[in-house]
Design a binder for this molecule. Structure first.
Ligand code: KG4
Ligand code: ZN
Length: 343
């Protein structure tokens, strides 16, 4: 049994966690910065980086205290090394390097996307490789076949916006705060999804990818028309995203024998999306797994867990490992039209 300290600061959440190789979360804490970014309607990279510098050290102290441990008792330090906002990424990575150096512990540089990709295995001990993963977050929307630790094959990605980005932009158009996903989900509860006609980009297409830009523009027109209730627009938007995710995932499953369908990333916290993908898995005779909501949105338990999986595989890093703004899970995946800016 090993115990890993995980550190995360790649976007607007500062987080630290202690997780064991037998899936016990000894302590974990996340401090979000939503309020600091709220006036801007999105994450301001420099504000985020400065806040991580101020917040992260206290979180490290807090999890060690909660677990009644000293840094000398952990087996390795795992820190997110990308992809993300580079100023923020550097904070956890450098904190991790400093701790590893001072305590003489191995450092594990974790790809944030691998943190999301492996997080379902922390919550679900029976989830074995391979599995089909729908990774839906603020920066990414991908379908990946997860074959093992560090072994990913990307089947689809977005040609424009990520799923979470679409929620955030639609929320802004509806005058809701940031992050938009939870706000839209709440507003949609009182709405009628059938009351507003919205497109389902790429649904039915043989092209494997996702697209959400046209949906956002349609929301913009629906809001501007003044014809619809805000809760109906929110419900219709959420249903359109659900339909896109289900259709694209169904297509990917056609070319995969993976016995399980898994969703992860912040957008996987959405109950309508969880329910629709669970239905799809049942129809396609695949096992379904999704982590609890708190493990879907950014946290350090998933970074510690990815660290534990990499540590068990002997995958540690040197102290000169770089911070990366872009870091795809599947380097061999072709760039797709319009997606050059995504990791
Ligand atoms: O994984 P995450 O916390 O950070 C990134 O790595 O990007 O994902 C954040 C994204 C945001 O776009 C947020 O609006 C979305 O996840 N999100 C949701 C929900 N909770 C968070 N989207 C839809 N429904 C939710 N309940
Ligand atoms: Zn994330």
């Amino acid at each position: 049994m090993s115990i890993i300290l995980g550190l995360e600061s790649s976007c607007d959440d500062s987080a630290a966690a202690l997780v064991t190789s037998d899936r016990r979360i000894q302590a974990q804490t996340v401090v979000g910065q939503a309020q600091a970014h709220q006036p801007y309607g999105g994450v301001v990279p420099e504000i985020a980086a400065r806040a991580h510098v101020e917040i992260l050290p206290a979180l490290i102290e807090q999890v060690l205290n909660e677990a009644r441990m000293s840094i000398g008792e952990v087996d390795a330090v795992a820190a997110t090394a990308g992809p993300g906002l580079i100023g923020g990424v550097m904070v956890a990575l450098l904190a991790g390097k400093g701790l590893a150096l001072a305590a003489g512990k191995p450092l594990i540089a974790v790809n944030h996307l691998e943190g999301h990709a492996l997080s379902p295995r922390l919550a679900d001990p029976d989830l074995d490789f391979p599995y089909m993963l729908l990774l839906v977050s603020g920066g990414h929307c991908q379908l990946l076949e997860v074959r093992g630790v560090g072994d990913y094959s990307r089947l689809a990605t977005t040609i424009d916006d990520a799923a979470g980005e679409a929620f955030d932009k639609a929320a802004k158009l509806l005058g809701l705060g940031y992050p938009g996903g939870p706000a839209i989900e709440e507003l949609a509860e009182g709405g009628d999804a059938g009351a507003v006609p919205l497109p389902r980009p790429l649904v039915g297409s043989n092209e494997p990818h996702f697209s959400f830009a046209g949906l956002k523009s349609a929301v913009q027109r629906a809001v501007a028309s003044g014809e619809y209730r805000r809760e109906d627009i929110a419900a219709a938007f959420q249903q359109a995203v659900v339909d896109c995710l289900v259709d694209r995932t169904r297509l990917a499953l056609e070319s995969s024998e993976a016995p399980a369908l898994v969703i992860a990333g912040g957008v996987a916290a959405n109950d309508a999306i969880r329910a629709a993908l669970a239905d799809l898995a049942a129809r396609e005779s695949r096992r379904f797994s999704v982590p609890p909501g708190w493990l879907c949105t950014d946290n350090a338990a998933m970074i510690a867990w990815a660290g534990a999986e990499r540590f068990a595989a002997g995958l540690c890093d040197d102290l000169d490992v770089p911070a990366r703004a872009r870091w795809p899970l599947d380097f061999s995946a072709e760039k797709v039209r319009g997606a050059g800016i995504k990791a």
